[in-house]
Design a protein around this ligand. Structure first.
Ligand code: MV4
Length: 460
């Protein structure tokens, strides 16, 4: 096992990794920006090094600063968390060149999966189901028109370097394709310095379902089941759960088998997430792979009993999967996670500032992952996630009831949070039924708006 791990991240995930290290007897190094001087990840790490001014690009994304911090402190490995440098292939490459173990997959694999059309082809070759679409990058508008004609409209154009919705265009007729092709390509070029596009058949109301995988450095791969992540707004997930009630046991096993084959074929190792869309008929199709630990990994931990971050460390240290996790993972009960953001619960505007009151819920089956505390400050420079509230029950019903109780006891004063929004969602029949897709939040917020308008009319 490593002697000392540097955590190249901040907030709740930095603390999550520190906690795993502590429990394994591994020493920890925190890095922090000037805005995070008083953060808990700094306080709870064995050592801490300031790596620059508040903006991420000057600190957490500054590769030479992070590598220097590892070298000065004698860290033998770096955990990148999620976001920031976690899917940066050249950072993983620099770690390798500096003789520091990157806790994640090899740089070549990060690079390959970051190229979305290559990832699609790789999965197709391993018989993972994909949507009809282009074989690789589109060479021209003309080719795009030809493929769309064949697979039938609507289609979607996606940036090969994309993800998170940028550089995506839904195309419903051949007349509108040329203009959308150009604007998607220009947007992608500006955002990712790569204007290449690929095409897929468009699914109108998809569910977002993803599979958690672990793979060791000896060619062993296993699936830890799926998460349902359809409750999102503008590509930001709000609620995630495990397992998905929509996936049949046969689908779960079939997907696990093809995933195993594909990841073994490409030499994948460490933790990863394979994203799928489920169509109206319950069929699922690969869309992309994330080569990091994800925000929502906790719901999988709750239903499998596997500590995914400890598993990441042990895999990176060369251990075998069979020594880390049970041969066949057993899914017990149901877990749901609410992402608690520092933002206005109706306007969705960011709400940085000083926290005055911070009361955390607890009790059987309730987990809170946070690096925040009363009198702590939420800086304006980073994403708005301040805590994750995860509830585990014997079934979805119990997990939801627990979540409602826990949300009512989670008190934050001094800043706005999404807690009231979560309470509104958990009171909604449509959410409670479990029958929803990625358009749920849009419709939910529209319904609320109409209800408010009606109310205003009555009082006028
Ligand atoms: C799609 C799609 C429908 N059809 N692909 C959005 C982000 C990117 N990761 C993939 N995305 C989508 N790809 C096809 N062929 C709809 C979306 C999509 C979406 C996907 C997952 C979760 C939320 C979403 C919200 C809007 C659109």
């Amino acid at each position: 096992m490593f002697r000392k791990v540097l955590i190249a991240n901040r907030g709740e995930i930095a603390l999550r990794v520190i906690n795993a290290c502590k429990e394994m007897g591994v020493r920890t190094v925190a890095v922090y920006s000037e805005a995070d001087r008083n953060s808990l990840h700094v306080k709870f790490a064995d050592e801490a090094i300031c790596i620059g001014p508040p903006p991420s690009k000057d600190s957490y994304l500054n590769v030479p600063a992070v590598i220097s911090a590892a070298e000065i402190t004698g860290a033998d490995a770096i955990h990148p968390g999620y976001g920031l440098l976690s899917e940066n292939a050249s950072f993983a490459e620099v770690c390798r060149a500096s003789n520091i173990k990157f806790i994640g997959p090899p740089p070549e694999v990060i690079q390959m999966m970051g190229e979305k059309s290559t990832a699609r082809q790789t999965m197709k070759d391993a018989k993972v189901p994909i949507l009809p679409g282009s074989d690789g990058i589109l060479s021209s508008e003309q080719e795009a028109l030809k493929i769309a004609e064949k697979i039938k409209y609507p289609v979607i154009l996606k940036a090969v370097a994309g993800g998170g919705g940028r550089g995506m265009r839904i195309v419903r007729t051949k007349e509108e394709l040329p203009a959308l092709y150009q604007s998607a390509s220009t947007e992608a070029l500006n955002a990712f310095s790569n204007g290449d596009l690929y095409m897929e058949k468009f699914i109108e109301r998809p569910r977002h379902i993803e599979f958690q995988v672990l793979a060791d450095e000896h060619g062993n791969v296993m699936s830890l089941g799926e998460r349902e992540c359809s409750i999102q707004r503008r590509h930001q997930k709000l609620i995630e759960e495990a397992p998905s009630l929509q996936i049949t046991q046969k689908q779960r096993e079939d997907i696990a088998a093809v995933i195993k084959k594909s990841l073994k074929a490409i030499g994948y190792w460490n933790a990863g997430t394979i994203e799928f869309l489920m169509d109206e008929d319950g069929e699922i199709y690969f869309i992309e792979m994330n080569t990091r630990i994800q925000v929502e990994h906790c719901v999988t931990e709750m239903v499998t009993g596997v500590d995914l971050v400890k598993a990441q460390l042990r895999i990176a240290a060369g251990e075998k999967l069979s020594d880390i996790v049970p041969e066949v993972p057993i899914i017990t009960g149901h877990a749901i996670e609410c992402r608690i953001n520092a933002e206005h619960p109706e306007k969705f505007t960011p709400s940085p500032g000083k926290i005055k009151v911070f009361n955390l819920p607890g009790g059987n089956g309730v987990r809170v992952d946070t690096a925040q505390y009363a009198e702590g400050v939420v800086p304006q420079y980073y994403d708005s996630l301040i805590a994750k509230l995860i509830c585990h029950g014997k079934d979805r019903e119990e997990a939801m009831d627990k979540m409602q109780r826990a949300l009512s006891q989670f008190v934050v004063q001094g800043i706005f949070t999404s807690i009231p929004l979560h309470q509104r969602i958990f009171a909604d029949e449509g959410f409670r039924s479990g029958d929803f897709d990625t358009k749920f939040m849009e419709r939910f917020l529209e319904r609320e708006k109409e209800a408010r308008a009606k109310e205003a009319e009555k009082t006028a």
